[in-house]
Design a protein around this ligand. Structure first.
Ligand code: GTP
Ligand code: SPV
Ligand code: MN
Length: 626
C-alpha cells in the first residue's frame, strides 16, 4: 500500500477514478496522474489493466459509437477509418526540446535548416503546451496505460506510462507494447517515461468530427523533453504520433538514454537466419519508413533449406554484452505494418499474423467483411466484389484511384507470427553479427555491398538516402537523405550520434560487419531489376558467406565490396541483369560524392566526427579513380 498524500488528493479534485485502484499505484505515478488530471480536466480516470476483458469492453463501446467496425470474415479483427487529415507522422510538427539547441541539432552551416532533429526552446514549449493542454480532455476519459518496452523486468527493458483520451490508442498500445498490472510491480519506485497524449478535442466539440475520429490537425504538436524523459503529443490519433511507446519513446527518448548508458536505440528489424547446414545468424537492418523492414524480417526464403525467424520488424535496442558481442531486443510486442503491398505472395507470414486480434487503419473493406488494399487484386475470392474505400466510397477492382490509403496499416500481435523466433522475448537479446542499411534507390546503387570497416559502415549509414514514402507528410518520389534511417527519429545532435556509434567499437568488442542493400534499383523501362521479397534470401546468403570468410566472392569498388559475378545464387530465377544490378557507375558516384560532402558539411558541420570525415575524404578519392 502507498499512502495517498493530501496534495495528490487535492489535485485530483473531484475527478472520479472510473476503474483501477489509484491508492495501490506507486507514489510517483499517483503524482503524475493527479498533476495531469488537474491540467487536462478529464471527466474520469480509467487505469488500464491490459486484460482481454477490458479490451472487449472498449471494443464494444467503439463499435457502438461507429469508430470501429468488425471485419466479419475473421476472428476479432477490426477496421477503423481516420479523419483523412490524420493519416501519417507529421515531421514538421515533431520537436525535441532542450535548453541548449545543439544538444538537439548539429552545428549546421550558416543559414542551413537542420533536417535531423527539430529543436524547440523550453520557453516556447511552455507556451505551446499552455495553449493546448489546459482542459483538453474535458468530457473525455483519461486512460492510464502502464507499459513495458521489452519483456517486463528485463535488463534492457524500460517502463513508460501513457495518459491518453483515445480508446483507439488504448487498444493499439495493448497490441504494440506489454500493458498490464505486472508493469506496476516491475516499476516499484523507479522512474518511468512520462507520455501525455490527447486527441485535442475537448467536449462539447465545436467542429464536425469526421469518421468518428476526433483529432485536431491544425494544432498537432509532438514534443519530447529528453532530460525529463517526457513526451507531449496533441491533436493526432495516428500511430507514430499517438502510440507513444513506439517512435517517441523507443527511438527519440531511448536514443538519449542509450547515449548516456552506452547502448543503441535504432530503427531496425531483427531477424534470425538459419542456413541449410543448421547454423543460425542474427542480423539487424535499418531501412527508412516503408522501405521493407517488415518484409525482410518475415521473409519466406525461395532458396531450399533456409529458414528465417522474426525477432522484430521496426525497432532494435542493442547493447554489447560481457562477451563483446552486440545483443539486440525488440522493445515492441506487435507489428504496426504498411498494408498496401502485403499479400500471401509477398509476405505470407505477415498475412498469417493478422488473421485475428488485429486492428486495420485506413484500409478498404469488401462487402464480404474482408480487408482490402492495393496488392490484393489477385487474392480476393470474388473479383467483382463491392469494396468500400478508406474514404467510404463504393469502388471495384479496376476502377480509377486507390482503395486504401498508401500509409494504411495493420496492428497485429507479434506472438501470432508463425515464424516468430522462440527467443524473441529473451530479456538479454540475440547476438547480432551483421547490420544492413538500405533504402529505395532507383539509380546507381548496387543490390548489395559490404563496407570496409565499422567506421566506413558508419559513414555509409550517415549517407543513407531513399525515395520519399507515404509514412510521413512528404509527397512525390524525390530521393531524400535519411541517415541511419533515423532522420524522423533523431533524438539528439546527429554528429554526437555518429560519434556514439564510433565510440562503441573498442578492442574488446566484436562489432558487426556493416552492409548496404538496394532492392529497388530500376532499369531504363522503370522496372525493378531485382525480384525482391523472398528472393532477398539470396543476398542474405552472400552476406553470411562473407561473414564466414568465404574467398573469391567479393570485388572491391570505391564504395565497398560488391559480389563477384556469379557469387550470388540465382538458381530458379528468370532473367536477372547482373551487370546493371551490381554496377557502380562512375558518373553517378562522382556526382553523389560531391552531394554527400555538401550534405555532411552543411548539415553536421563542426559536429562531424573526424573518423567520418576521413572516410568521406578517402571514398571521394577512390571514386575519382572510377
Ligand atoms: P515502416 O513500418 O514504415 O518502418 O516500414 P518497413 O520498413 O517495415 O516497410 P515494409 O516492409 O512494410 O514495406 C513497405 C513497402 O515496401 C510495402 O509496400 C512492400 O510491399 C514494399 N517492399 C518490401 N520489400 C520489398 C522488396 O524486396 N522489393 C520491392 N519491390 N518492394 C518491397
Ligand atoms: C514508420 O513510419 O517508420 C512506422 C510507422 O514504422 S509509425 O509508427 O507511424 O512511425
Ligand atoms: Mn518504422
Amino acid at each position: 500500500f502507498y499512502v495517498v498524500n493530501e496534495v495528490v488528493m487535492k489535485r485530483l479534485g473531484h475527478v472520479p477514478i472510473l476503474k483501477g485502484d489509484f491508492h495501490l499505484l506507486p507514489a510517483k505515478v499517483q503524482r503524475f496522474i493527479a498533476e495531469k488530471a488537474e491540467l487536462m480536466r478529464p471527466r474520469g480516470i480509467f487505469i488500464c489493466d491490459g486484460s482481454q476483458h477490458e479490451a472487449d469492453e472498449l471494443i464494444d463501446k467503439l463499435i457502438e459509437r461507429g469508430m470501429l467496425s468488425k471485419l466479419a470474415a475473421y476472428e476479432n479483427n477490426y477496421i477503423c477509418r481516420t479523419d483523412p487529415k490524420d493519416v501519417a507522422r507529421v515531421e514538421s510538427k515533431t520537436w525535441m526540446v532542450t535548453k541548449n539547441k545543439h544538444d538537439t541539432v548539429a552545428h549546421t552551416a550558416e543559414g542551413v535548416e537542420p533536417i535531423m532533429g527539430h529543436w524547440m526552446a523550453p520557453e516556447d514549449l511552455a507556451t505551446e503546451l499552455d495553449t493546448r493542454f489546459p482542459g483538453c480532455m474535458a468530457g473525455r476519459i483519461m486512460y492510464v496505460i502502464p507499459f513495458s518496452m521489452g519483456p517486463v523486468g528485463g535488463p534492457l527493458s524500460k517502463i513508460g506510462i501513457q495518459l491518453t483520451d483515445s480508446n483507439y490508442v488504448v487498444l493499439s498500445m495493448r497490441i504494440m507494447t506489454r500493458v498490464g498490472v505486472e508493469v506496476w510491480d516491475a516499476l516499484g519506485n523507479q522512474d518511468f517515461v512520462r507520455c501525455i497524449h490527447s486527441v485535442g478535442l475537448p467536449r462539447p466539440v465545436k467542429q464536425r468530427v469526421i469518421n468518428h475520429w476526433p483529432c485536431n490537425p491544425e494544432r498537432v504538436l509532438i514534443a519530447h523533453r529528453p532530460p525529463e524523459r517526457e513526451i507531449w503529443s496533441f491533436g493526432s490519433g495516428y500511430g507514430g504520433n499517438s502510440l507513444l511507446g513506439k517512435k517517441c519513446f523507443a527511438l527519440r527518448i531511448a536514443s538519449n538514454i542509450a547515449k548516456d548508458e552506452g547502448w543503441m536505440a535504432e530503427h531496425m528489424l531483427i531477424m534470425g537466419v538459419t542456413r541449410p547446414c543448421g547454423r543460425e545468424h542474427f542480423i539487424a537492418a535499418a531501412f527508412p519508413s516503408a522501405c521493407g523492414k517488415t518484409n525482410l524480417a518475415m521473409l519466406e526464403p525461395t532458396l531450399p533449406g533456409w529458414k528465417v525467424r522474426c525477432v522484430g520488424d521496426d525497432i532494435a535496442w542493442m547493447k554489447f554484452g560481457a562477451d563483446g558481442r552486440l545483443y539486440a531486443i525488440n522493445p515492441e510486442a506487435g507489428f504496426f505494418g504498411v498494408a498496401p503491398g502485403t499479400s500471401k505472395k509477398t509476405n505470407p507470414m505477415a498475412v498469417a499474423t493478422f488473421q485475428k486480434n488485429s486492428i486495420f487503419t485506413n484500409v478498404a473493406e469488401t462487402a464480404n467483411g474482408e480487408y482490402y488494399w492495393e496488392g490484393l487484386e489477385d487474392e480476393v475470392a470474388d473479383k467483382n466484389v463491392e469494396i468500400t474505400t478508406w474514404l467510404g466510397e463504393k469502388w471495384h477492382i479496376g476502377d480509377a484511384g486507390v482503395a486504401a490509403h498508401a500509409n494504411s496499416r495493420f496492428a497485429a500481435p507479434a506472438s501470432q507470427c508463425p515464424i516468430i523466433h522462440p527467443d524473441w522475448e529473451s530479456p538479454q537479446g540475440v547476438p547480432i553479427e551483421a547490420i544492413i542499411f538500405g533504402g529505395r534507390r532507383p539509380q546507381g546503387v548496387p543490390l548489395i555491398f559490404e563496407t570496409n570497416s565499422w567506421e566506413h559502415g558508419v559513414f555509409t549509414g550517415a549517407c543513407l538516402k531513399s525515395e520519399a514514402t507515404a509514412a510521413a507528410e512528404f509527397t512525390g518520389k524525390t530521393v531524400m537523405h535519411d541517415p541511419m534511417a533515423m532522420r524522423p527519429f533523431m533524438g539528439y545532435n546527429f554528429g554526437k550520434y555518429l560519434q556514439h556509434w564510433l565510440d562503441l567499437k573498442t578492442p574488446e568488442r566484436k562489432v558487426p560487419k556493416i552492409y548496404h542493400v538496394n532492392w529497388f534499383r530500376r532499369d531504363a523501362n522503370n522496372k525493378f531489376l531485382w525480384p525482391g521479397y523472398g528472393d532477398n534470401i539470396r543476398v542474405i546468403d552472400w552476406i553470411i558467406r562473407r561473414l564466414d570468410g568465404e574467398e573469391n566472392i567479393g570485388v572491391e569498388t570505391p564504395i565497398g565490396t560488391v559480389p563477384a559475378k556469379g557469387s550470388i545464387n540465382l538458381d530458379g530465377l528468370g532473367d536477372v541483369n547482373w551487370d546493371e544490378l551490381m554496377s557502380v557507375p562512375a558518373e553517378y558516384w562522382k556526382q553523389d560524392a560531391g552531394e554527400i560532402r555538401k550534405f555532411l558539411e552543411s548539415q553536421v558541420g563542426s559536429d562531424l566526427p573526424q573518423a567520418v570525415r576521413e572516410e568521406m575524404d578517402a571514398q571521394e578519392k577512390r571514386i575519382q579513380t572510377l
